[in-house]
Write a protein of this length. Structure first.
Length: 359
């Protein structure tokens, strides 16, 4: 069955439908990852977005039990050049088409994804809709233009109740803004006793758990839509070590007087080179964000920039000058992606140990 992708600038792409047959509208973005489509689709940072895969074939190794980043993905749809109907991998348990049908996520194949990515790079991300062939396009475009994308994205993906991931080591609280399971995996590898809390948990509740450290997770949307998180961060910093990733990085910067802005098309992929300023070390990183911290807004008496993106100079990491706290824009948990930045979890462990000795 044919399926159309329409964009708010009037562009129409025609392709073949797979996955769910649901009509959807969302923000159309692109990712340059060559592998890791299962992790990408189940990453809650893609909440409400239609994901364009620039790699030409997607689905060829199927879906397995090990690579989920969340149980219930909330992306709106996926766009591919070629959809592999057969999966060939010893770990595969179902095809991509079967998985998308089970999660009610539609897909469209046969699209010139290179042209679509170039358009997004040129004019920026934009709203788009999947519509069936034969639909009233004038009406579909009117509906698309009238659609207001939600701003409560973190509320949609964060856990509503606290839950533990028991361990025998350091006591770590993870504030869930839409976390990836790979963050929990990395903490568990280091034997941490983990408690995951909802995004709107206050500072007093966190501190009453007597954590050795607090992790601010990744998540979707505009960090300025979470004023309660800024109050929480101000309430815990200086009292416990803090490590923030992606959205957690942006929220930490906002809580300390910096500003954020929406990028034209964001960073989404696993090949983004990042320089650590102090050492000159270059890490290739996994990234997924549409907002960034404005460099000229940072108070250098409070925060120190630790990492920058080599291609465009984006702020990729900060450290507090007075408190034991640091954050990065990229994903050191690297799922999917290279493991160059995984050492930051070890630095977090060392920071917690050093703070306990001082405290």
């Amino acid at each position: 069955m044919k399926r159309l992708l329409i964009l708010e600038d009037g562009t129409i792409f025609t392709g073949k439908a797979f996955g769910s047959d649901r009509a959807v509208t969302g923000e159309v973005v692109f990712t340059t990852s060559m592998t890791g489509y299962q992790e990408t689709i189940t990453d809650q940072s893609f909440n409400g977005q239609i994901i364009t895969f620039t790699y030409p074939m997607v689905g060829n190794y199927g879906i397995n039990r090990d690579d989920f980043e969340s149980i219930e993905p909330t992306c709106k749809g996926i766009i591919v050049k070629e959809h592999a109907r057969l999966a060939s991998n010893w770990r595969s348990q179902m095809t991509l088409d079967e998985f998308l049908k089970s999660k009610d996520i539609p897909g469209i194949a046969g699209i010139d994804t290179r042209m679509l990515a170039r358009k997004i790079r040129s004019v920026g991300t934009m709203k788009g809709s999947f519509v069936d062939e034969g639909a009233d396009l004038d009406h579909a475009f009117d509906q698309l233009k009238a659609t207001v994308l939600p701003t409560n994205q973190v509320e949609q993906v964060s856990t509503t109740k606290a839950y533990p991931s028991p361990g025998i080591g350091r006591n770590v609280v993870v504030v869930d803004f839409g976390l990836k399971h790979s963050i929990l995996r990395e903490l568990s590898k280091r034997h941490c006793n983990i408690t995951v809390l909802p995004y709107n948990t206050d500072a007093e509740t966190i501190l009453n758990l007597h954590p050795d450290g607090v992790m601010l997770s990744n998540g979707p949307g505009d960090p300025k839509s979470l004023p309660e998180a800024l109050e929480m961060i101000r309430g815990i910093q200086g009292k416990v070590p803090v490590f923030g990733i992606c959205l957690g990085h942006q929220l930490f910067a906002l809580a300390n007087g910096a500003d954020t802005y929406k990028m034209r098309f964001g960073h989404r992929g696993v090949n983004h080179p990042v320089r650590e300023i102090a050492t000159g070390r270059i890490d290739f990183t996994s990234q997924n964000h549409g907002f960034a911290v404005a460099e000229d807004s940072i108070n250098h008496e409070t925060l120190m920039i630790t990492h920058v993106e080599i291609n465009d100079g984006t702020v990729e990491g900060v450290r507090h000058k007075a408190f034991p706290a640091f954050t990065v824009q990229f994903h050191p948990d690297a799922a999917p992606g290279p493991h160059d930045g995984v050492h930051l979890f070890d630095e977090f462990m060392e920071l917690m140990d050093a703070w306990k000795e001082i405290d």
